[in-house]
Design a binder for this molecule. Structure first.
Ligand code: AHQ
Length: 239
């Protein structure tokens, strides 16, 4: 994007308003696939394809967070950011968000080896996830922090998803939903840290516009992932 020349910086409140406006307009809560999920309209095979493809995204989270840390020269920032990696990798085998996601898959009737082997991952999902990792590896660390701000909107979608699963998908073992319950605490904590960094560090109009563009890009990542899952093919129907 071409930054607005000679423009004055936005106030903190204006920057936050513009960041929130991106999410309100473009976050994947509005994607038809999530809308159908929340209305209880997905078939078992559609949810199984979703859980297997979302694991490709979940596996990328600690990788992209390590990329952000490798680009950030500030120990104080890294000391807080590293918690995101621990949240997903755990501190030992059998712990952390990736393990919890494997249990979510098993609760949906998908074997963990299917996820670990990436057997059902669709090309569009792989491309969207790789684009996010490459963005976080190659852009200034504060832009990658801004991209993570989709998590400002995550508690709403995670709450809706939990309620929808409990209400409409009785065949899913509720014990497998622990990942989502953990995110209801972790996402607000992470979003608060990321928003403080972006509002403190993005003081020029150019940096502010790049932060908004980074969040816009991340909405594209999440939307494209669901476009691919919605199109399929469903497991077992692959050519
Ligand atoms: O489970 C999710 C997660 O761990 C993260 C990390 C964060 C980031 O740093 O980009 N984004 C994110 C998200 C998770 N779950 C998605 C969902 O819909 O369940 C939402 C997604 C996000 O809002 O960015």
């Amino acid at each position: 994007m071409t930054p607005t020349p000679d423009a004055h910086p936005w106030s903190r409140d204006e920057l936050v308003r513009r960041l929130r406006a991106v999410g309100e307009a473009r976050y994947h809560i509005h994607h038809p696939f999530n809308q159908r999920m929340h209305r209880g309209e997905l078939r078992r095979e559609e949810l199984q394809l979703w859980v297997a493809n979302r694991f490709c995204y979940q596996q990328a989270i600690p990788i992209k967070d390590a990329a952000i840390m490798s680009n950030c020269p500030e120990p104080e920032v890294r000391r807080r950011w590293i918690q995101r990696i621990v949240d997903h990798d755990g501190r030992a085998d059998g712990e952390g968000g990736l393990e919890a996601w494997l249990r979510l898959a098993e609760a949906m009737g998908v074997e963990r080896d299917t996820l670990l082997a990436g057997r059902w991952v669709l090309p569009g999902v792989r491309f969207a996830v790789e684009a996010y990792i490459t963005f976080c590896r190659t852009r200034p660390w504060i832009e990658a922090v801004a991209a993570s701000l989709t998590e400002l909107f995550a508690p709403t979608i995670v709450s809706q998803r939990l309620s929808a699963i409990l209400a409409h998908y009785k065949w899913i073992d509720p014990a497998g939903l622990e990942y989502f319950r953990a995110r209801l605490q972790q996402a607000p904590r992470d979003a608060e840290h990321a928003l403080a960094l972006v509002t403190e560090r993005c003081r020029t109009r150019e940096l502010q516009e790049r932060a908004v563009a980074a969040l816009d890009f991340k909405c594209d990542v999440l939307w494209s992932l669901l476009d691919a899952v919605e199109r399929g093919p469903l497991p077992g129907n692959a050519p």
